[in-house]
Design a protein around this ligand. Structure first.
Ligand SMILES: Nc1ncnc2c1ncn2[C@@H]1O[C@H](COP(=O)(O)OP(=O)(O)O)[C@@H](O)[C@H]1O
Ligand SMILES: [Mg+2]
Length: 233
């Protein structure tokens, strides 16, 4: 589904990724974990066409996507739910969903909106509320809902649990599992490594702009050395 090879990227003259290799197979949940500042967000932003790429290849559904504009990448079926949610605070819930809708992916706005509201009943209930009036957890649901409006084949979630209470985090992860069961492939970036490793199939640990470790999520979860080094356990 997605292959990243030898990715080097950064911001102007500041290189922050020094050779990232990763792969997502169709139907998988892949997690990317690592310390703050390791390069997780930059990796997702590179895949989405939002950073400057110096070297490497990115292939999505068998097609090179490096250098394509972000909208074009989304249109191909790759959606990115950014860190910090980035929803439009002054717009209503429904207007935010409309902003995420990508025409020409075979389904109407109404059709996908109904699916998103079925997945997140609270968004239906509050569809005319301003996004700014929603709680952190509801805003995260809205951010995920907006990404789903693009009908993604692969959805990348950047820190979906950030700043949320444990109970809400569980709800969000339940949703991620449901999305996976519905056939969407996922990349979940998390500082909350333990939770992400519980639900993921495969894991990459990024350290200072490089993939330092990769493996089956349960192997990474249960490796005591990795726990000590990366999971803060
Ligand atoms: N817009 C930017 N301009 C310059 N440097 C940035 C920018 N965004 C992130 N960085 C730097 O890139 C590195 C990786 O950051 P980031 O990808 O956000 O890490 P993570 O998501 O793992 O916390 C950090 O050193 C960070 O300071
Ligand atoms: Mg980040």
């Amino acid at each position: 589904m997605l292959k990243v090879a030898g990715l080097k990227a950064g911001y102007g003259r500041t290189q922050v990724l020094f050779g990232i290799d990763l792969e997502v197979r169709a139907g998988e949940i892949v997690t990317i974990i690592g310390a703050n500042g390791a390069g997780k967000t930059s990796t997702l932003r590179s895949i989405s066409g939002l950073t400057q790429i110096y070297a490497g290849e990115i292939e999505f559904k068998g097609r090179p996507i490096k250098g394509l504009p972000p909208e074009e990448i989304t249109r191909l079926g790759l959606a990115h739910c950014p860190e910090g949610r980035q929803i439009l605070q002054r717009l209503t819930v429904e207007e935010n969903l409309l902003a995420g809708y990508i025409p020409g992916r075979g389904r109407s706005f109404d059709e996908i909106r109904t699916q998103v509201y079925d997945l997140f009943p609270i968004l239906r209930e509050r569809r005319h509320s301003l996004a700014s009036r929603m709680s952190g957890g509801q805003q995260q649901m809205l951010a995920i809902g907006r990404s789903l409006m693009a009908t993604p084949d692969l959805l990348m979630l950047d820190e979906p649990s950030l700043g949320l209470a444990p109970k809400i985090i569980n709800q969000i992860f339940e949703i991620i599992i449901m999305l996976s069961k519905s056939g969407i492939s996922l990349i979940v970036v998390e500082q909350n490594a333990a939770v992400a490793l519980e639900i993921a199939d495969y894991a990459y640990v990024i350290d200072a702009g490089r993939c330092s470790v990769e493996g089956g999520a349960h192997n990474v979860l249960n490796d005591p050395d990795l726990k000590a080094a990366y999971l803060g356990a």
